[in-house]
Design a protein around this ligand. Structure first.
Ligand code: ATP
Ligand code: MG
Length: 1051
């Protein structure tokens, strides 16, 4: 009998992190009992908007944002003096509610699962695993298992606890507790018919094979599961698994926040020939923003890359299950990803399941938080059908035997699909077999082969389980001990020390007595997991196997650096050659340097460590701050000229800082990979203003420009597009490093190659509509600026008032109004003409202009002109408004049309990426030449917005301020001129001095502008009073002339 119940859903909000505190971030989350409220933010004003908050009700809402203090040992406890002290949910509270209940279910014989879902840094790992004293659900769960076993000893129950730990990264399941196997196995992971993963069908991936058992569903073949007898053993294994993740993230170049970690605990209770078993899956999912990021981009690689197929697929399954719960007949796409295959039971199957959604309280994370809450809200609707897994042991063994006999018969008769088609109880693992009739003989053979393979594996799995059931607990324990001893000899992860208890103790002793390097990772959970002890004498660091400290990764050389530990206790570092990039506290190391306690070291582009020398701390009286990955990255960025603006506490600046901290190190990494793989591609960071993008608000965005030095083409990618490509670059690099022959991808899937015909945003021109607000025509030659603000051509544009059929008004029609307000309620018509562009860069062709006017929902496009730098579009569109509203008046007075000029780049070369040198020089040499030409040393100066940023002089703040100032000044000039005209009209002045207009244009202070405008009523006091501009003539008869002057002067 199964019990149907909904997935329990809880949400937890974390405290502000240090960066958020530093900028006085606003909290946008509130909790009232089980309701979570999310307040919207006004992105332009950086304050919470007055809208009604969004409300979500869950089974539990955990307030961990404030109301606590940190004890000396780091334990977070409720602060009774704080107004939210009572509300504060600590780790124990969360465990009691969620973990303990799951454990109770498990003891009853139900399968149980918990998923933690949320954006990166929102507290998934904090809740699931925990940090330091603040132990999370997993350790508490494990502790309680053994406490209960001890408590219940004597009740005749034999309890077996086994543990496995696996990771899913890029659709490959890896055994985190069996590194050797991990490296030996090859798996294509696509045996199950899965259209979504066709992109990987050729590439060989290391990992576990995900099989489908005819009755038990999907399982990871050969996943190691350890019999554990006490909490310490579990802790050791989990530690080892986390260290292995850390090594993969550092040495195998994986993006940890894109990996899912699953801890599987099996609880088997045996008594009087009865077996009760429960499988518990504790899942720390990948950061969810990666999902939205991929959806947001229009990247052509999107389809071809399993950026996070598993995460999107969990979402799709939840969606389908929620619909199913409403009675709809939908198919749940479990098969589409490795994660959902392995966790099919946990989602909508035989399991009691909990979902914990973790959220950030900060204003800048509004979008992510909203999406997490919506996701969780949908998960509430999933209905699971859990049953107690209890049976007589004899029966279980008998069933396994019978099943194997059945499978054997099926194999012998070879009637692969018939059993299923006839409605047999044994489904074939390959559902696609139903379509046998439509298959070619080869395909049919292949499918048959696969099916037989699956059957054989299923029989082996059954045999394994039977053997296990027959084995006594003592026999299993002694086998386990043997395995452990063997493993210790061969399985030591380099630098990890995460293996057994003895190794960990040894490592702790070594750390106490020696200086060492410990790793820093973006994912805090993985920081400090890799330690390299610096022994007396010379310690060589590099890729080569003979190095004492073997590091992998882009731009790490065979012998990269030497660390000398002298008898005096001094530790000296030197790089092996000029090629070897080492940064010490953000500075390039080019001579021998002394290492001091707490120094930050970056080798290559990804290997980041902190140096610990406890002798030095004992001798010096200094106190040392904790070093985090973020601080170390910020230091590197600052030294390279990207000092972040921490004074500006606006939300836009916070978002920009966050983006930059994410992109700066990765651009470096991408350049290093490009060099090693000879891709002739160079990346550079760009800051792009919202005006250029035609977006409202004040948020500067980070883009990455990709330049192919072979073809001369340049493309600008959004941050997300770049990061997604980097993910593929890393995978490609990993395949290259591990010697796979087919590491190089065909151009259509190569992340370094952009579609040569992809459209590029050449530049933007803004057409201010102020003249139209007075019903005056505008005829303009406006400059077109590119991403960097440089002029790349001019556009000839006209905006002319007209009648409803498009007859343009001229001076005789006298439609001029004294004030834009006069237009209210009237009908107006005007024509927008884009005549053509001049002087565009010659590398572009297929050029067109697109724009929107007022509330247009779609872009208006001119025709496309090819093979010319001076395209004539002769484009014309009439706009009619039957009743002018205040919104339209405001738009005409202050708004502008953003003309975006788009085109394609002509291709110089067609064999992109297929040659390894150009003119005998490789990628690195070409880049070096380029940098030399610009008089800059490799890696010391970043390129940003097309300019080399001098680390000593210029910083991102300067760059940004410059951009903002330019924008503000232009707007101010227009505003001044508008006020001048208004003043003249109010005073019924018909003429204005040209000098006055000029002076006003070049005025930099508001006081001066006021003074000049105030001269209008008094008449003009300038020496140079002639010629005077005839206002009436300018504004009425000569239409547009006035506006023309403004724009001309502005340029
Ligand atoms: N409830 C909490 N109380 C105190 N600190 C927290 C809490 N939740 C998270 N943190 C802190 O926030 C930081 C990020 O948390 P965590 O590592 O759990 O994020 P995550 O969701 O696992 O991110 P990722 O997707 O990158 O793995 C850590 O420093 C963690 O200690
Ligand atoms: Mg985490």
């Amino acid at each position: 009998m199964s019990e149907t119940e909904n997935v329990r859903v809880a949400v937890r909000v974390r405290p502000f992190n240090s960066r958020e505190k530093q900028r006085n971030a606003q909290s946008i989350v509130a909790m009232d009992d089980n309701t979570t409220l999310l307040f919207s933010v006004d992105t332009t004003a950086s304050v919470a908007a007055a809208d009604e908050p969004k409300r979500f009700t869950f089974d539990r809402s955990y307030w961990s944002h404030n109301g606590f203090t940190e004890a000396d040992n780091g334990l977070c406890i409720a602060d009774d003096n704080h107004e939210n002290g009572l509300k504060y949910a600590d780790q124990e509270t969360v465990y009691r509610d969620l973990g303990h209940t799951l454990l109770m279910n498990a003891w009853d014989g139900y399968n149980a699962a918990m998923f933690a879902y949320g954006q990166t840094g929102s507290g998934k790992s904090y809740s699931i695993v925990g940090y330091g004293q603040n132990k999370g659900i997993v350790p508490r769960f494990c502790e309680e298992i053994f406490q209960t076993i001890e408590h219940r000893s004597g009740d005749g129950m034999q309890v077996e606890v086994t543990l496995s730990m696996l990771e899913i990264y890029n659709e490959v399941a890896k055994d985190l507790l069996n590194v050797q196997k991990l490296q030996q196995q090859t798996n294509d992971n696509n045996n199950n018919s899965n259209n979504n993963s066709k992109n990987q069908s050729k590439s060989k991936k290391k990992g576990l094979k995900v099989r489908e058992h005819p009755t038990k569903g999907f399982y990871a073949e050969g996943l190691k599961s350890f019999l554990v007898t006490n909490y310490k053993e579990i802790e050791d294994h989990i530690n080892e698994g986390t260290t292995n993740r850390s090594i993969a993230a550092t040495n195998m170049n994986e993006t940890s926040s894109r990996a899912h970690t699953i801890i599987v605990i099996n609880l088997i209770q045996k008594s009087n020939n009865t077996t009760k078993q429960s499988s518990i899956n504790l899942v720390d999912l990948a950061g969810s923003e990666r999902l939205s990021g991929t959806q947001a981009t229009g990247d052509r690689l999107k389809e071809g890359v399993s950026i996070n197929q598993s995460l999107s697929c969990v979402g799709n399954c939840i969606h389908a299950l929620a619909e199913k719960a409403q009675g709809k007949n939908v198919k749940v796409p479990y098969r589409d990803s490795v994660l959902t295959r392995l966790l099919q039971n946990a989602l909508g199957g035989n399991s009691k399941t909990v979902m914990l959604a973790t959220i950030s309280p900060a204003d800048i994370n509004y979008d992510e938080t909203l999406s997490t809450l919506r996701y969780a809200d949908r998960a509430k609707q999933i209905r699971n059908h859990a049953k107690i897994n209890k049976d007589s042991t004899d029966k279980l063994v008998r069933e396994l035997r019978e099943e194997n006999e059945k499978l054997k018969r099926l194999m012998e008769t070879g009637t692969t699909g018939s059993g299923m088609a006839n409605g047999s109880a044994t489904p074939t693992p390959i559902n696609g077999m139903i379509m046998m009739g439509a298959m070619s003989p080869d395909a049919l053979n292949e499918a048959k082969q696969r099916w037989e393979d699956e059957m054989r594996a299923a029989m082996e799995e059954n045999e394994r389980q039977m053997a296990q059931m027959k084995q006594s607990y003592e026999e299993r324990l002694s086998k386990e001990a043997e395995d452990r001893a063997a493993r210790h000899k061969s399985d030591q992860p380099s630098g990890g020390g995460g293996g057994g208890q003895d190794d960990r103790q040894q490592l702790e002793l070594d750390k106490r007595d020696n200086p060492y390097l410990s790793n820093l990772n973006f994912d805090e959970q993985l920081s400090g997991k890799i330690c390299y002890i610096i022994r007396k004498g010379v310690n060589t660091i590099g890729k080569s196997e003979d190095c004492a400290i073997q590091l992998m990764g882009p731009s790490i050389q065979e012998h990269h650096a030497l660390v000398h530990r002298l008898d005096s206790g001094k530790v000296i570092l030197e790089r092996c050659s000029d090629d070897c990039r080492v940064l010490l506290n953000g500075d390039v190391v080019n001579t021998k340097v002394n290492l001091s306690h707490n120094d930050r070291l970056l080798f290559g582009t990804t290997q980041l460590f902190v140096f610990t020398h406890s002798d030095q701390t004992l001798k010096s009286k200094m106190t040392y701050a904790d070093v985090s990955f973020e601080l170390a990255q910020e230091e590197i960025a600052t030294k390279a000229g990207f000092a972040l603006n921490n004074d500006d506490q606006s939300m836009e600046q916070a978002l920009l800082n966050k983006d930059l901290l994410e992109v700066i190190p990765t651009v470096d990494e991408a350049n290093a990979i490009s060099e090693e793989l000879e891709k002739f591609v160079r990346f550079e960071i760009m800051l792009v203003s919202p005006q250029f993008l035609g977006k409202p608000g004040d948020r500067t965005e980070v883009y990455v420009r990709m330049r192919n030095i072979e073809s001369g083409q340049e493309f600008e990618w959004t941050k997300d597009e770049f990061l997604n490509r980097l993910y593929v670059m890393k995978e490609m690099y990993q395949n290259y490093e591990s010697g796979e022959e087919d590491w190089d991808l065909p151009p259509e899937r190569d992340p370094f190659v952009e579609d040569a015909h992809r459209e590029c945003h050449i530049g933007t021109a803004q057409v201010y509509l102020q003249s139209l607000a007075f019903m005056i025509e505008l005829k303009e030659q406006l400059s077109i600026n590119d991403y960097t603000g440089s002029e790349v051509g001019i556009v000839n544009v006209e905006v002319v008032p007209c009648d409803q059929v498009g007859n343009e008004y001229d001076e005789r029609d006298d439609v001029y109004v004294d004030s834009p307000q006069e237009l209210m309620g009237r009908s107006i018509h005007f024509v927008v003409k884009v005549n053509g562009c001049r002087g565009l860069p010659s590398r572009f062709t297929d050029i067109y202009v697109r724009f929107r006017v007022f509330l247009d929902e779609e872009d208006i496009r001119t025709d496309t002109m090819s093979d010319t730098s001076n395209p004539d579009f002769n484009f014309k569109k009439i706009y009619s408004f039957s009743r002018v509203t205040q919104q339209l008046v405001d738009y005409l007075k202050d708004g502008f049309i953003n003309l975006q000029i788009w085109g394609k780049q002509s291709v110089k070369f067609t064999n992109i990426g297929k040659q390894s040198t150009i003119g005998g020089r490789n990628t690195k040499q070409l880049f070096q030449e380029e940098l030399d030409k610009q008089g800059n040393e490799l890696m010391t100066g970043f390129k940003m917005n097309g300019r080399i940023v001098d680390p000593n002089k210029q910083s991102i703040i300067v760059e940004l301020l410059l951009m903002k100032k330019q924008q503000a000044r232009q707007q101010q000039r227009i505003e001044n001129i508008r006020r001048l005209v208004e003043m003249a009209e109010n005073c019924r002045k018909k003429k204005i001095s040209v000098q006055l207009v000029k002076d006003l244009l070049f005025t930099t202070t508001p006081e001066m502008a006021d003074a000049l405008i105030n001269q209008v009523p008094e008449g003009f006091k300038f020496l140079n009073q002639k010629p005077l501009i005839n206002l009436k003539k300018t504004l009425n008869a000569k239409k547009g002339r006035f506006q023309w002057i403004c724009f001309k002067e502005l340029r």
